[in-house]
Design a binder for this molecule. Structure first.
Ligand SMILES: Cc1ncc(COP(=O)(O)O)c(C=O)c1O
Length: 462
């Protein structure tokens, strides 16, 4: 913001917001007696609300998005320049930033070759699903059309994306869903009866094989997985899991679709989450961090082999990917994404993620030593979760209201914004989530964890 919002303007904005805006994921009744948070300005990890109150944002825009931090003039300049020159043309044609970003992206993703643009994570995933369905139609009369997804994972908000959602409360009341989606078990060691077994990762992956065999391998087209489950509780995969998943997918001709919407573009300390586990995916989708929220962009990246399945002589009129996304032609997205990538490289942010991620994990383990209520801390890079329990022995989850109270305490008493699993499961809305911008410092992390420390202390003495 170039100029401060005056008291009069701010009262008007709040009243218009209350009168007309329908907020995401929000119960509106409380807003009849309180004001909404209206964010007007940001720099680095700090944001300011319309009343001038400053917060430290530990969740990169609420939903792990603003990876390079707020107030990046160079991204705004890159987008402005591009829009003034050429704002939009349908992606049936090419664009300068579209070609250049695809080139840079593919450089970071050995084994992959094609980039398909759209405008949200849900949509990028749906492109992956449509590829599977059409490939089945082209190759074997539609039989190999089923898409497997995993308990606890989330892949988006549309009815079909929800069909592939492993979080029951996210789905509740929105069915019936698109058919042909089948759930496989989660791989969360902390809540698995055999989670302490050193072989647990392999065993968890073998559960997927059982589902493939039950459904019939000739009916299963793909498996979609988050490399590290995000909104389902920040769940990194156990040792050996992905190696076995890869082997199973190869054995049964099942395409492996990795959803990098949260992990993508550096959040976990590598460009992509799957790159920690030696995975060779067929499809990778990404959105949030691609342009750090400076413009809407999502991409579906595929192998060249998969792309070639859709190449045919023009006389075969239905044998190509007959899909479009209007806003996949917006040039602001790839222009912003190119500049984000340049920033991540020039500022060596992957190194910072690894160093700060280790520091954050140490601080969180300190909280675990101090509060029995912290049952588990998990994560990778600047992507961490603390699971809150009633007691460590039973691992009984705290009620969602307890996690909500901790988040509210951090905001109210310390001006620190943290996240939590939110109306996702019947019993497990009990994980606090942290995903600070990749530029964060030790000082920022001390402040974030200090706020959580005070909030947990308040809970412990309640
Ligand atoms: C792992 C994952 N995939 C997909 C999505 C959907 O992205 P979008 O909200 O941009 O449609 C999300 C959103 O939170 C996500 O966390």
């Amino acid at each position: 913001m170039n100029k401060a919002v005056t008291g009069l303007e701010s009262a008007r904005i709040i009243s218009e917001d209350k009168a007309h805006v329908w907020h995401h994921l929000s119960q509106h009744k409380p807003l009849e007696t309180t004001d909404p948070l209206v964010i007007v300005e940001g720099k680095g990890l700090r944001v300011k609300d319309i009343n001038g109150r400053e917060y430290l944002d530990a969740v990169s825009g609420g939903v792990w998005t603003v990876n390079v931090g707020y107030g990046r003039e160079s991204i705004a300049d890159a987008v402005r320049e591009q829009l003034a020159k050429m704002c939009y043309f349908a992606n049936t044609a090419g664009s300068v930033p579209g070609a250049l970003f695809a080139e840079k992206l593919i450089e970071k993703m050995p084994g992959l070759g094609r980039v398909y643009y759209s405008n949200s994570g849900s949509e990028a995933n749906e492109k992956g699903y449509k590829l599977v369905r059409q490939l089945a139609a082209l190759k074997n009369d539609g039989r190999k059309h089923k898409i497997l997804y995993r308990d606890r994972d989330y892949h988006g908000t549309t009815i079909t994306a929800l069909a592939s959602c492993g979080q029951n409360q996210r789905k509740d009341q929105y069915g019936p869903f698109t058919p042909g989606f089948v759930e496989v078990p989660h791989c969360m060691a902390y809540r698995a009866p055999n989670g302490d077994d050193p072989d647990y990762g392999v065993q968890a992956a073998r559960e997927i094989e059982k589902v493939i065999l039950r459904e019939g391998p000739d009916t299963v087209g793909s498996l979609i997985l988050e490399p590290i489950t995000a909104g389902g509780g920040v769940i990194p995969p156990p040792e050996g899991y992905f190696e076995t998943v890869q082997e199973i997918c190869g054995k049964y001709g099942v395409l492996l679709h990795i959803d990098e919407v949260v992990c993508g573009m550096g959040r976990t300390g590598k460009w992509f989450g799957y790159q920690h586990y030696g995975v060779k995916p067929d499809v990778v989708t990404m959105a949030k961090g691609v342009a750090s929220g400076y413009a809407a962009i999502s991409v579906t990246v595929t192998t060249e082999d998969l792309f070639r399945e859709f190449l045919a002589e023009p006389a075969e009129r239905m044998h190509y990917f007959r899909d479009i996304s209007t806003f996949g032609g917006c040039t602001g997205g790839p222009a912003a994404a190119l500049e984000c990538m340049r920033i991540i490289e020039e500022e060596k942010l992957l190194d910072n993620v690894n160093a700060m991620g280790d520091y954050l994990m140490d601080l969180l383990r300190g909280l675990m030593d101090k509060y029995p209520m912290v049952g588990d801390v998990r994560g990778k890079g600047l992507f961490c979760g603390l699971e809150l329990v009633k007691d460590r022995a039973s691992k009984a989850p705290v009620d969602e209201s307890v996690a909500a109270a901790v988040v509210a305490h951090c905001l109210r008493e310390s001006n620190v914004m943290i996240g939590r699993t939110n109306r996702s499961f019947d019993d497990f809305n009990n994980t606090l989530c942290l995903s600070p911008a990749l530029v964060c410092t030790r000082g920022d992390l001390d402040e974030i964890v200090g706020a959580i420390d005070r909030a947990l202390a308040a809970q412990a003495s309640a």
